[in-house]
Write a protein that binds this ligand. Structure first.
Ligand SMILES: Cc1cc2nc3c(=O)[nH]c(=O)nc-3n(C[C@H](O)[C@H](O)[C@H](O)COP(=O)(O)O)c2cc1C
Ligand code: SF4
Ligand code: SF4
Length: 251
């Protein structure tokens, strides 16, 4: 079996969850990173895809939706994986399901899993941890059983279909500081091309999706958010982001 591990993971939390699942699903793994643009892909009914996205304000990041639409599923089986940062995933899984249905996939299972919040790192810090890894391995075992039995009814997921939570512009846009040596790593890695390649100190804030990848990959730690604003936002969000949230499997 060829397992396609397809992921949008700006700061790596979604990929950590995806890798644990993929490693326990077995078979040869082909990685498809949709943080970069992809060519059209045509799959076959015997293919299995693990499709992983983070929840951004309760939705699938729209650039990930655009790139997933370049894949023709042709009856390939899809395992949906939404990674959320300790609040809620709202309509992320249903939007992912609708997108993959339209691409011609058969959605057979879904996971909602926790990873460290990529903006407010103090929430779900260090997750997925050892216990998460064990639980995700068990999820993969149950998904394998379902794939082997070959009977796939409707996958009923909580959340809205067709109309989703309104898209919001997240007001956290990292900016280069004086430590920036214009190496261009952030500009090359930005999933939406929001950083000027000729002058990486310039960021198009309207295009930026606040994914935090530039901050994560900058070797000089030269991309900042307004710390007073961040602290105030973290305090406001704390009641929703606190505590130990769970991983879920839907079959
Ligand atoms: C712009 C943005 C919006 C987010 N919105 C949510 C959310 O609505 N609910 C939630 O639980 N976590 C939210 N998070 C946290 C991410 O879903 C979580 O940290 C995820 O692991 C990030 O994926 P990555 O590490 O692959 O980039 C958000 C993170 C970002 C950057
Ligand atoms: S990765 Fe960092 S140092 Fe390099 S251009 Fe971007 S902000 Fe500047
Ligand atoms: S500029 Fe915005 S969209 Fe680009 S990597 Fe940085 S946070 Fe993400």
């Amino acid at each position: 079996m060829m397992l396609y591990n397809i992921y949008f993971s700006p700061t790596g939390g979604t990929k950590r969850v995806a890798d644990i699942l993929a490693g326990n699903l077995g078979g040869e793994v082909c990685e498809v990173d949709i943080c970069c643009d992809i060519e059209k892909m045509i799959l076959q009914a015997e293919d299995v895809c693990l499709v992983s996205v983070p929840s951004f304000a309760g939705r699938v990041p729209q650039i990930a939706v655009e790139r997933l639409k370049k894949i023709s599923g042709n009856g390939a089986k899809a395992i949906l994986n939404c990674v959320y940062g300790n609040r809620e995933w709202d309509d992320t899984l249903t939007e992912l399901q609708d997108t993959l249905d339209l691409c011609g996939f058969v959605c057979v299972a879904a996971v909602a899993a926790i990873a460290e919040h990529s903006i407010f790192r103090q929430f779900a810090a260090g997750r997925p941890d050892k216990d998460d890894a064990q639980e995700l391995a068990e999820f993969a075992r149950k998904i394998t059983e379902k794939l082997e039995c070959g009977v796939f009814g409707d996958l009923n997921l909580a959340g809205s279909h067709g109309t989703y939570k309104e898209l919001v512009d997240i007001p956290f846009k990292p900016e280069a500081n004086d430590a920036c040596d214009k190496c261009g790593i952030c500009a090359a890695g930005c999933p939406v091309g929001a950083i000027d390649k000729t002058d990486p100190r310039k960021t198009d804030k309207d295009r930026c999706i606040s994914c935090m990848r530039c901050q994560d990959i900058c070797p000089k730690h030269a991309r900042d958010l307004d710390s007073a604003f961040m602290q105030a936002a973290a305090e406001k969000m704390a009641p929703k982001l606190g505590g130990h949230k769970k991983n879920y499997l839907f079959l």
